[in-house]
Design a protein around this ligand. Structure first.
Ligand code: HEM
Length: 467
């Protein structure tokens, strides 16, 4: 039972990450479709097409032309979805369109090719590359203070500012016991993430006590370590990192500034940060005879040199020295609803898909033989019992009540009222979601008094029930 439960929990975590967390971190329609395609496929409701594509994709995995098969495979897998790929095997289904959905499922527990048939490692053993670690250094998301609330008094009221540093390591268990999971969940559910940008690391991470260290300060600076570790591990610096992923290189620090942002406070801040980058990383007189990369060529086929297209001898920014984390934090222009930058996105999306592609329990072994029927239904329906649907059509789509919301409703039932209006638990709970993919920061009905929305008034305090 433990092993089965472990599979179900792992699949639930992967599902939460794919269709709930990522779709909120990257809050727009293309991403919503993309992540759904990743999990259940764009043709989820058209079983014949989905099954036919599943078969094509499965067979592509067996072909010898690796390069062609890999790209077709990754593209076509969006049809049926990656999750559950190859968990049905039909005989004589050579091509799309020729599928007879009434054919008998030949998937056989004794056949290793069936058990593993849905897995694709794309030519190298599965691992999370160092690049993924780099773009997941999301420490600026963390605040210094948690705005602590209590569910059974007036949730709109921030009762205490609890330093994050008082809530983890040896202090975590005590904090959970003392204040209770419901209050912590409510507090974190209502609080916004920190913005992933430069100069936004929380103070506590920059001065983190480590009493076992034999250093004068006995503390570490995690913001600095985010850069030091990448240097130690040989992760390329920002510009080369982008080139190796096939992205456009930058030729000066000014390229970070958002060209569409004119004469605004935002633009002034960006220019200030660009100036700081220039001070920190400096400039040099460039040498056009020095070739600097094998990863890409200029548009005209010539090698990329130290001058990055500027005339020989010009004073240019030391953009090649910018640390990768600094570079992606400095990408000020982001697509609608994107909390992360383009560079991070490219690495995320490759690894998010690959994590599913490479695991037989997420593909061909997602079967009752391993998960039990209860387990398969649990993963498919986001929890026990029949499918539960969200009210209305959030952003134009009918959708199941999402998996983490089901977990919270089940395990912390005190929060049922608070969660009533929540569609995605990674969206701040008291935010009015407004119209189609709105990013407005406005309180929903009933939370107008919440100080987090900057109203300044706390009428709800007056309405607070006696303690
Ligand atoms: C209270 C919260 C957190 C604390 C105290 C913390 C602290 C740390 C520390 C001490 C390290 C190791 C530094 C070293 O290399 O010596 C680290 C690494 C890391 N952290 Fe955090 N962190 C926190 C939250 C987060 C969050 C929320 C994320 C991402 C969502 C994150 C992502 C990472 C990553 C990707 C690494 C690198 C891991 C590796 O090198 O394999 N951390 N963090």
């Amino acid at each position: 039972m433990f092993e089965v439960a472990r599979l179900v929990v792992a699949a639930e975590i992967a599902k939460i990450h794919t269709i709930e967390w990522t779709t909120q971190l990257l809050y727009d329609e293309p991403l919503n479709r993309g992540m759904k395609a990743n999990w259940s496929g764009v043709f989820a409701k058209q079983e014949v097409v989905a099954d036919a594509l599943k078969e094509v994709v499965r067979r592509l995995g067996d072909t010898n032309d690796a390069k062609k098969a890999n790209s077709l495979y990754a593209a076509l897998a969006g049809g049926p979805g990656i999750f559950g790929l190859g968990n049905h095997v039909y005989e004589g289904v050579p091509l799309v369109g020729l599928l007879d959905p009434n054919k008998v499922d030949r998937w056989d527990l004794k056949n290793d090719d069936h058990i593993n048939g849905g897995v694709n490692h794309f030519g190298s053993p599965f691992n999370f590359p160092e690049e993924f670690i780099t773009v997941y250094r999301l420490h600026p998301l963390l605040p210094d203070l948690i705005e602590y609330r209590e569910w059974n008094k007036e949730p709109n009221v921030i009762r205490q500012q609890v330093p994050v540093v008082e809530t983890f390591r040896g202090k975590a268990t005590e904090a959970m016991r003392q204040k209770g999971l419901a209050n912590w969940a409510l507090s974190m559910g209502r609080q916004r993430l920190g913005f992933l940008t430069l100069q936004n690391h929380p103070q506590f991470l920059q001065n983190l006590k480590m009493s076992r260290l034999q250093s004068p300060t006995q503390q570490i600076d995690v913001a600095a370590l985010d850069l030091i570790r990448d240097r130690e591990r040989g992760v390329p610096r920002y510009n080369e990192f982008r080139r190796q992923y096939g992205l456009k290189q930058l030729t000066s620090f000014d390229d970070f500034a958002d060209k569409h942002e004119q004469d605004s406070n935002e633009r002034t801040t960006q220019e200030q940060l660009v100036k700081t980058l220039r001070e920190v990383y400096g400039q040099h007189q460039c040498d056009a005879s020095k070739k600097i990369t094998e990863a890409q060529l200029n548009d005209d086929g010539s090698p990329i040199t130290d001058c990055l297209g500027h005339p020989h001898g010009n004073l240019i920014d030391n953009i090649e020295d910018v640390d990768t984390v600094v570079g992606w934090l400095a990408e000020f222009r982001r697509p609608h609803g994107f909390a992360i930058s383009e560079t991070q996105f490219v690495v995320f999306i490759l690894n998010a898909s690959r994590r599913l592609f490479s695991d037989r329990f997420f593909t061909s072994s997602f079967r009752p033989e391993f998960y039990t029927t209860l387990g398969v239904d649990w993963v498919m329906h986001n929890g026990p019992g029949p499918e539960m649907m969200e009210q209305g059509k959030p952003n134009g789509h009918e959708q199941q009540v999402s998996p983490l919301k089901r977990v919270l409703l089940r395990t912390i039932p005190e929060l049922a009222r608070e969660l009533q209006t929540v569609v995605n638990v990674f969206d701040p709970w008291a935010r009015d979601r407004g119209e189609y993919y709105s990013l407005q920061w406005k309180a929903r009905a009933g939370a107008e008094g919440d100080e987090a929305f900057g109203s300044g008034q706390v009428p709800s305090l007056l309405a607070e029930p006696p303690r």
